[in-house]
Write a protein that binds this ligand. Structure first.
Ligand SMILES: [Zn+2]
Ligand SMILES: [Zn+2]
Length: 419
């Protein structure tokens, strides 16, 4: 045998029953997107690094240390695998002139993202996000509706009681600078007792200090000044209205004044769906408003809001708390010899045309062997097409669970199956 290879660390092979959870998670979200008449976009996983630098922010962890970046041999500069979807969607929105006419546009995209994080439980270097962006509305009702859609996804999956919606406002370019100053003043008083990362963030991106998970930093973070106390009138009104509309839509939430999200482009509404079922990887989805992003990436001033669902974590949560139906045939067709096979294939075709999952043994080796395979397939029934039975116009139908066997006409067999 030749040399064997292993997959790259932090990347996964998703196989077998795991894929059933993935299909369930993806089919369900796509059905919801359809219900909200959101158009799909399929975009490259590779963009000019500059799209992310400018879009996500040069001082975020993602851009500073988590992107897979390579030289662009043809055009100069560098290219990066997308670490998130929003910047690329906004790039495509601008490049394809979709802002014309300037109506509300709604897009979704489901696909792999790449971040050079330390691989650990629940964190992969290639992971899948279900991503939604609404571009062209600054109304707080948009915020409430998109958040309501996100929460309806978890309800539909039966995960509603395992997740919690956290809401915050991160202010706007008008009210945030004075808050940032307050934050810097406050943390500067404790800088010596806080971690290295926090000290670095304090200089470059003070809001991110609130994200620190280290216990010694949390001590100071919990008493830090909060953005909600510093919102300008417009931001305050927007935030009040988002809460009012969420109430009308029956979407429960809790306010978390320390939640800031890891991306620079958010203004006003920020939200996260968290669970305590997955250990440290607590966020299963989140997003926010990014009214300045289209302009930052070279387009006309366009308000926007979006969210991303961590599909890997949704699947992990599903596996934790539920089971999905296994992929198995209802009927296993057992045949012996030419005549039997001929009739067996007719039955197989008929069953499939009725939408019934049915299998046949390709090797056609003896009854015992085929029954073993029927058992292994998980089929509920085996239909045995013995030649002498066929001559009498009947087939034998075995109920696999209790090995009871009964002769019946094909007609009665189809009746049984339809039930
Ligand atoms: Zn403001
Ligand atoms: Zn820290």
């Amino acid at each position: 045998m030749g040399q064997m290879f292993q997959r790259v660390k932090g990347f996964q092979d998703i196989l077998g029953d795991d894929c059933l959870y993935w299909q369930y998670a993806e089919d369900t979200i796509k059905a919801i997107f359809k219900q909200y008449s959101i158009s799909e976009v399929r975009l490259p996983v590779l963009e000019r690094t500059e799209v992310f630098n400018r879009g996500i922010g040069g001082t975020t962890d993602i851009v500073e240390k988590e992107m897979f970046t390579m030289d662009d041999s043809s055009g100069g500069g560098t290219l990066s695998l997308r670490p998130e979807a929003t910047a690329g969607i906004v790039r495509a929105y601008i490049e394809n002139g979709l802002y014309n006419p300037p109506i509300l546009h709604r897009f979704y995209c489901i696909g792999p993202m790449f971040r050079k994080e330390n691989p650990q439980k629940g964190r992969f270097r290639q992971f899948v996000q279900g991503d939604v962006e609404f571009l062209g509305s600054s109304s707080p009702l948009t915020d409430a509706d998109i958040i309501g859609m996100l929460m309806s996804y978890f309800d539909k999956l039966g995960l509603g009681k395992f997740v919690k919606l956290e809401l915050n406002s991160v202010g706007c370019p008008k009210c945030r600078p004075s808050y940032q100053k307050k934050l810097i003043d406050y943390f500067n008083g404790h800088a010596g007792e806080m971690c290295e990362d926090c000290n670095r963030r304090l200089e470059r991106n003070p809001l991110r200090v609130l994200d620190c998970k280290q216990q010694k930093c949390r001590e100071f973070i919990k008493n830090a000044p909060i953005m909600l106390d510093e919102l300008c009138d417009e931001c305050k009104e927007h935030f009040d209205n988002v809460q009012y509309y969420l109430g009308l839509l029956n979407v429960p939430f809790v306010i978390n004044p320390l939640m800031v999200r890891g991306l620079d482009y958010y203004v006003r509404t920020a939200f996260e769906v968290v669970t305590d079922k997955l250990g440290a990887a607590s966020a299963v989805g989140g997003g926010g408003r990014y009214d300045g992003l289209v302009e930052t990436l070279g387009g006309p001033s366009t308000p926007g809001i979006g969210f991303a669902i961590g599909m890997d974590r949704v699947v992990a949560l599903l596996k934790e708390v539920s089971t999905v139906e296994k992929l198995q045939p209802l009927v296993y067709v057992v045949t012996f010899g030419d005549k039997s096979l001929e009739e067996g294939l007719k039955v197989l075709t008929r069953l499939r045309s009725l939408g019934i999952v049915a299998e046949i043994d390709y090797a056609q080796k003896g009854l015992k062997n085929q029954m073993k395979k029927a058992d292994r397939s998980g089929a509920k029934y085996a239909i045995i097409m013995g030649e002498d039975e066929l001559a009498r116009g009947v087939v034998s139908v075995r109920t696999m669970a209790n090995s009871s066997q009964e002769e019946m006409s094909l007609e009665n067999f189809y009746k049984l199956i339809k039930e």
